[in-house]
Design a protein around this ligand. Structure first.
Ligand SMILES: CC(C)(COP(=O)(O)OP(=O)(O)OC[C@H]1O[C@@H](n2cnc3c(N)ncnc32)[C@H](O)[C@@H]1OP(=O)(O)O)[C@@H](O)C(=O)NCCC(=O)NCCS
Length: 161
């Protein structure tokens, strides 16, 4: 439930949402931000699924997933909730929508990278069943390392085995 008792509603992002996504990037990340140009590109891409989450009719979060041809591994490329809407299940709802979309595309695994010092995001991913399987040193603009996390998607062969 949201701050005023309203539920989080997730929908597919449209090209018209690009400006809002750019603003969410600006208030959510100190570096490694997606440019408006990249956002526009990804929103048009057939190998990207993008979602926005609304609380009381206002977009407060977004996520993007990437796919590669001939791969059953989907990648969560970006997810963010505006600071004032955090802790109300917005990212959880976006993750659920992303996992469903990835499974529909035939993916059996969802992978992501996260800064090793991002306690909020790591806490969320662990709670949702993601586990650490690797690490990239010197991954972000400021030299910080990334943890690599993955989850077998339910409904997939791996999860059912
Ligand atoms: C990470 C982020 C997307 C979470 O968004 P959110 O909408 O607040 O997430 P939810 O409300 O769905 O879930 C919050 C969960 O985060 C975790 N969490 C939040 N703050 C935390 C903290 N300080 N330490 C550990 N876990 C924390 C908890 O698991 C919490 O679950 P709970 O509500 O059951 O306790 C948000 O903090 C954000 O946008 N951060 C900046 C951008 C970013 O770091 N994106 C991820 C890049 S990989």
């Amino acid at each position: 439930m949201g701050p005023s008792g309203s539920r989080v509603a997730v929908r597919v992002a449209q090209a018209e949402d690009a400006a809002v996504l750019e603003r969410i990037e600006a208030v959510s990340f100190d570096g490694d931000r997606l440019s408006r140009r990249s956002i526009n590109h990804h929103l048009q891409s057939p190998t990207c699924d993008a979602f926005v989450a609304e609380l009381a009719g206002r977009i407060v979060g977004y996520s993007m997933l990437f796919y590669r041809r001939n791969s059953r591994i989907a990648r969560l490329y970006s997810i963010a909730t505006v600071p004032e809407a955090r802790g109300h299940g917005v990212a959880g709802a976006l993750m659920a929508a992303g996992e469903k979309a990835a499974a529909r595309r035939g993916a059996d695994t969802l992978r992501l990278e996260v800064r090793v010092d991002n306690d909020a995001a790591i806490g969320l991913y662990h709670r949702l069943g993601y586990h650490d399987f690797g690490r990239h040193e010197d991954y972000y603009e400021d030299g910080q390392a990334a943890l690599r996390l993955e989850k077998a998607l339910s409904g997939s062969k791996v999860a059912a085995a």
